[in-house]
Design a protein around this ligand. Structure first.
Ligand code: ATP
Ligand code: PRP
Length: 239
């Protein structure tokens, strides 16, 4: 079976992934028309390119429908509760750096830390009769981070995009989202809570522990590992 390599289908992540493989002597290319999601791989035998949404790559890895996939560690850890059993991180790729953080309105001068948020959340519930709302698409990671820090008086509201706008739109009081330059937060009058971020993410090459690693896929994986200068790339991957 051809080794299937899942790569984000557009934008910066796709371009930088193509560049990263290119630096290791493997040419990934989109083929066909501008809008056709088809691609080719040169420089190594037995590998097929599968162009996918970055958000869907964790699921495809977990289902074993792709052998390798490039996506952010944030998406893998959010979408796969059992990620350590389902995938193996082969190589951090050095781009797509983003921190998953909690942020509150800049004008909340008494709120700088998670402890402050906890205090304000209890007060908020008493005043308003409902729990303080935190908008995010990272439900699992945020919930477990807040639990670990003893914060309980809140509710998560789902936001799949433009999350920083939810506070001005009065659909949330706080947000949890990824930030890179901090520009989107500043533009929306939000400040990051002090302390460690919920997660530090970067684009990473993952291998599926669930895929069918037949002899052809194994041979292609060994060739890729050699191109990457990583003889240990196959360790713990083949079932
Ligand atoms: N501003 C940013 N700077 C750096 N990395 C980012 C930034 N925004 C998103 N990312 C990272 O890029 C990856 C893809 O995020 P994104 O939210 O675009 O995925 P997606 O919405 O599932 O993709 P698609 O739009 O194809 O469905 C994530 O791992 C995320 O951490
Ligand atoms: O700190 P910054 O450099 O400003 O980057 C952070 C922004 O980048 C991402 O949004 P994206 O552009 O992917 O759109 P989205 O709202 O659909 O997530 C993220 O969701 C933030 O909104």
């Amino acid at each position: 079976m051809t080794l299937k390599l899942g790569v984000p289908s557009k934008g910066r992540l796709m371009d930088k992934t193509f560049d990263w493989f290119g630096r290791h002597g493997i040419t990934l290319q989109r083929t066909g028309s501008e809008r056709e999601y088809a691609g080719s791989v040169d420089g190594v035998d037995g590998v097929a390119l599968v162009l996918l949404s970055a958000g869907e790559i964790p699921r495809e890895l977990a289902a074993g429908r792709i052998h390798l996939g490039v996506t952010g560690t944030d998406l893998v850890q959010e979408k796969l509760p059992d990620w350590m059993r389902q995938v193996r991180s082969i190589a951090p790729l050095g781009f797509g750096h983003a921190d998953l953080i909690l942020a509150v309105p800049k004008c909340w001068i008494d709120v700088e830390t998670l402890d402050d948020l906890d205090a304000v959340a209890a007060q908020f519930r008493a005043n308003h009769g409902f729990r303080l709302r935190i908008a995010t698409k990272y439900h699992r990671l945020v919930h477990s981070h807040l639990s670990a820090h003893g914060v309980a008086d809140y509710q998560l509201v789902d936001s799949q995009g433009a999350t920083e706008g939810t506070v001005a739109n009065l659909t949330a009081e706080a947000i949890a989202d990824i930030t890179s330059t901090g520009e989107t937060l500043r533009a929306n009058h939000l400040k990051i809570l002090k302390g460690e971020p919920v997660l530090k993410s970067q684009a990473t090459l993952f291998a599926s522990r669930m895929a069918d690693w037949d002899p052809t896929a194994r041979a292609a994986m060994r060739a890729l590992g050699a191109a990457m200068g990583r003889d240990d790339a196959t360790d713990g991957v083949f079932q």
